[in-house]
Design a protein around this ligand. Structure first.
Ligand SMILES: *Cc1c(COP(=O)(O)O)cnc(C)c1O
Length: 362
C-alpha cells in the first residue's frame, strides 16, 4: 500500500514525526502544562450563549482584524501588567503557536536566522524548519539562566533576524531579567520576541517585558490564554508590540484566520478573567511547595516561575516516567538528559504525583 514515503514530500520533512505529547486518559494528566481547573458551569453557559449569538452571523466571514477582541486583550494586559496598551498594539491568532509562526513568516525566511537559548521550547526549531529560517542556539548557564554577556556574544556572532526568548522558559521555568532583555535589544539587529506563555504564574518581583515595550519598536511580547486562563481548548494566543509589528504580521496571516466562534469565546473568557484566574494563586503556591518537596528528597530542581517544575536527575529518566504512568500519573520526558518535567495540577493530582514518585524512586 502506498504511504507517506511515496508522496513527493519536501526532502527536509522526510522521516520527521509530528509534534505531540501523549494524550492519555489517566488519573493525573500533568504533561502539557494545562490549567487543571475546568470552567465553571456559569461560564460554560455564558460561552454557549456567546457562541449562539456568533452563530447567527456564520454565513459571513468574521472580523478579520478582530478589533473588539484586541481592545479587550489590551485592557486585560493593562490590568495584569500595568502597561498602557491600545488595540492597535495587539494581535491575536489560534494559539501563541500561530502568533510565533506568523512572526517567523514575516521576519524569518530563507537566508535569515533565528537565535534561541537552549534548553528551550521544542517548537522553535519547527517554526524555523517550516519557514526555511536557519535556527542557531546559544546555551543557558547551569541554572538555565540566560547570561547577558553570552547573549550579546551570540548575537554579535550570528546577527540573527529574530531572537527567541521564552520567559518563563519552557521546560525549565526560568524567568528573564529585564537587564538581559535590554542588553539583547541594544545588540540585536532584528526582532526580539519574548514568549511569555506562562507570565501570569511568575513569582512576585519577576518582571514582564511588557514593562519596556515603550520605546522598543522591535520588541514583541507573546502571550496565550492556554495556560493561566485555562482555555487551551479555545486556541487563542496574542502578541503586544508596536503597531507597525501588527501591520507586518497582517501581511502574512491567512485570510480570516480567527473564526467568529473563537473570537466570541475569547471575549467571553476575557470578561471572566478574574474568575478564570482565581486558581492561579493556588497553582503558584502548589508549585512552590512542589519545588521544596522535591529538593527535600534530594532531587535537583530548577527554580520555576511557571506552572511546571523541571526536576532530576535520573540515570534512566524513561524508567521513572514509565513508573509514574503505570501509577496513573502522566508527566513529560523532556529537557536535558536525566530531567523530567511535571505540570502543577490540583492538590489531589500533585499528591498523586508525590506518592507515585516516592514509590518509583524507593
Ligand atoms: C504552551 C506554550 C505556548 C502556548 O501555546 P498555545 O499555542 O498558545 O497553546 C507558547 N510558548 C511556550 C513556550 C509554551 O510552553
Amino acid at each position: 500500500m502506498p504511504g507517506l514515503d511515496d508522496l513527493p514530500l519536501r526532502d527536509d520533512l522526510r522521516g520527521q514525526t509530528p509534534y505531540g505529547a501523549p494524550q492519555l486518559d489517566v488519573r493525573a494528566r500533568l504533561n502539557v502544562n494545562e490549567n487543571p481547573y475546568a470552567p465553571s458551569e456559569a461560564l460554560v453557559a455564558d460561552i454557549a450563549a456567546a457562541v449562539a449569538e456568533a452563530s447567527r452571523g456564520l454565513n459571513r466571514y468574521p472580523d478579520r482584524e478582530a478589533v473588539a477582541l484586541r481592545a479587550d486583550l489590551a485592557a486585560y494586559l493593562g490590568r495584569e501588567s500595568g502597561a498602557a496598551l491600545t488595540g492597535d498594539q495587539l494581535w491575536a491568532a489560534n494559539g501563541s503557536n500561530e502568533i510565533m509562526h506568523q512572526l517567523m513568516l514575516a521576519f524569518g525566511g530563507p537566508g535569515r536566522t533565528a537565535l534561541g537559548f537552549t534548553p528551550t521550547y521544542s517548537m522553535y526549531p519547527e517554526y524555523c524548519r517550516d519557514t526555511f529560517t536557519r535556527y542557531v542556539t546559544a546555551p543557558r548557564d547551569e541554572h538555565f539562566r540566560v547570561d547577558a554577556q553570552t547573549a550579546v556574544e551570540a548575537i554579535e556572532l550570528h546577527l540573527p533576524d529574530i531572537v527567541l526568548l521564552a520567559s518563563p522558559n519552557n521546560p525549565t521555568g526560568t524567568p528573564l531579567d529585564l537587564d538581559v532583555v535590554r542588553a539583547v535589544l541594544d545588540t540585536a539587529p532584528g526582532m526580539v520576541v519574548i514568549d511569555e506563555a506562562y507570565a501570569e504564574f511568575r513569582r512576585s518581583g519577576t518582571p514582564s517585558a511588557l514593562e519596556i515595550l515603550d520605546g522598543h519598536p522591535r520588541l514583541v511580547v507573546s502571550r496565550t490564554m492556554s495556560k493561566a486562563f485555562g482555555m487551551a481548548g479555545a486556541r487563542l494566543g496574542y502578541l503586544a508590540a508596536d503597531p507597525a509589528v501588527v501591520q507586518a504580521v497582517q501581511l502574512v496571516r491567512l485570510p480570516y484566520h480567527l473564526s467568529a466562534v473563537t473570537q466570541a469565546v475569547a471575549r467571553t473568557a476575557l470578561a471572566h478573567a478574574d474568575e478564570l484566574q482565581a486558581q492561579v494563586a493556588l497553582l503558584r503556591s502548589e508549585r512552590d511547595a512542589l519545588v521544596v518537596w522535591l529538593r527535600a528528597r534530594g532531587h535537583d530542581v530548577a527554580d520555576s516561575d511557571a506552572n511546571f517544575v523541571l526536576f532530576g536527575r535520573f540515570p534512566d529518566r524513561h524508567a521513572v516516567w514509565r513508573g509514574l504512568l503505570d501509577r496513573g500519573v502522566l508527566i513529560r520526558e523532556t529537557g536535558p538528559d536525566g530531567w523530567l518535567r511535571v505540570s502543577v495540577g490540583t492538590p489531589e493530582e500533585n499528591a498523586a504525583f508525590r506518592a507515585a514518585l516516592e514509590e518509583v524512586t524507593a
